[in-house]
Ligand binder design. Structure first.
Ligand SMILES: Cc1cc2nc3c(=O)[nH]c(=O)nc-3n(C[C@H](O)[C@H](O)[C@H](O)COP(=O)(O)O)c2cc1C
Ligand code: SF4
Length: 373
């Protein structure tokens, strides 16, 4: 029977346990996407904290695919030395690290993207104030090549694997979703057509990195929006990806427009609120033959253990608890199994936007209060 703290491997990548750091934008890069020493320290701390695998914050493959400030970029060979330093720091600390590759699609603005945002169709999405331009066929082809170039660099620079970001309303998700994909050519319409972009990205990435390199996807199993991507279409995409040899699928759901049922839900304060994407992940797991990871609201060891032992998941992934406690995996391993101290308030986004990097605002306030006595 699978247990949380056992070593596993996916396509040659060894992980010391089944707890994964889900991709988390840190906002710690230079504005051109170059990693900084601060970001490298953040990953080193996570590796020292015993996490089985670190998945980096989303990393843009083209400048026009940039979203939030301080985001990592892998669109140029000029960052080779910085990334090699980053991956070797993690390896030196005993960790494994995969990079998440993204194009923000219509979920950005012209300040970040340096031009009018690009999307499958000219459909403006809630929470983003600009109307995107519809990608031409040539631009689609260039974008697919940019994912492959990002993959080539990631492998060459020492990442142990990569993850395509196919969730949370970004470009790959926008192609899958009937709400944002209104195209009438071979990239729109039926789910066969809406998944064409994703499958072309996957094929080109796989051709570039070869069969013996871990390639994952973080996939929205549902957008949690009226008219958005639904589970049956997500299952179609997941099955196609496994037929083509994807190594693992991390299941998430929701977009920034999904309100209370978005990707990072608030007030996860009792076990019943945890693991909120598990039913969707179980549905995907029934239909595919690769390992499945589930993210969303894991806070207590008991729920993590049950999810792996009894609920059929191969890995559980966490984001916010590890912002507050990068050493959570080791804490649980060493016997302190009290729940994560994160209260799921989402206040950590703000310092990423305004102070050059995310941190747990609640912890800082508590420390300041304690110092005052
Ligand atoms: C500050 C912050 C940054 C995030 N950045 C990313 C990202 O870059 N890529 C991604 O796929 N998800 C991102 N997410 C979503 C998380 O990976 C995760 O899916 C979500 O927070 C739910 O997991 P949790 O309850 O463990 O936090 C981010 C979440 C937060 C709070
Ligand atoms: S600010 Fe702290 S407590 Fe709130 S969600 Fe972020 S890590 Fe958790």
């Amino acid at each position: 029977m699978a247990t949380v703290f056992e070593e596993t491997a996916i396509n040659g990548m060894v992980m010391s346990n089944r707890i994964i750091r889900s991709a988390t934008w840190e906002g710690m890069c230079e504005q051109d996407g170059r990693p900084t020493e601060k970001l490298i320290n953040c990953y080193r701390e996570l590796a020292q904290g015993g996490i089985g695998l670190i998945i980096t914050g989303y990393t843009f493959v083209l400048p026009e695919g940039k979203g939030l400030p301080g985001k990592m970029g892998i669109h140029t060979d000029a960052f080779a030395a910085d990334y090699e330093n980053l991956t070797s720091s993690v390896h030196h600390a005993g960790g494994a690290i995969a990079i998440q590759l993204v194009h923000a699609g219509g979920q950005t603005n012209s300040t970040s993207a340096g031009r009018q945002p690009l999307a499958p169709s000219a459909v403006q999405v809630d929470q983003f104030s600009e109307m995107p331009a519809e990608l031409t066929k040539d631009e689609i082809s260039d974008t697919i090549s940019a994912f492959a170039e990002g993959a080539r660099r990631a492998k060459a620079w020492g990442f142990d694997g990569l993850q395509l970001h196919g969730a949370h309303g970004f470009l790959i998700n926008q192609f899958l979703s009937p709400l944002t994909n209104r195209r009438t050519d071979e990239y729109g319409g039926s789910i066969e057509n809406r998944s064409r972009f994703l499958l072309e990205v996957y094929r080109k990435v796989r051709d570039t990195v070869g069969a013996r390199y871990p390639v994952f996807i973080k996939l929205n199993a549902a957008d949690n929006l009226d008219g958005g991507l639904e589970i049956d279409d997500a299952v179609f995409a997941a099955k196609k990806l496994t037929e083509l040899g994807i190594d693992a699928i991390e299941v998430s759901a929701g977009t920034p427009a999904s309100g209370e049922i978005g990707p990072a839900r608030e007030k996860i304060l009792k076990p019943e609120k945890e693991a909120y994407n598990l039913p969707l992940a179980q549905r995907i797991k029934e239909e595919v033959n690769c390992p499945v990871m589930v993210v969303g609201g894991f806070r207590s060891y008991e729920v993590a253990e049950r999810t792996i032992k009894d609920d059929g998941m191969d890995y559980i992934a966490m984001a916010r608890p590890l912002i507050r406690e990068p050493g959570l995996a080791n804490r649980w391993l060493q016997g302190d199994r009290s729940p994560a101290t994160c209260i799921s308030c989402n206040s950590c986004f703000m310092p990423g936007l305004e102070e050059g990097g995310i941190y747990c605002v609640i912890e800082k306030k508590e420390r300041e209060k304690a110092a005052k006595g």
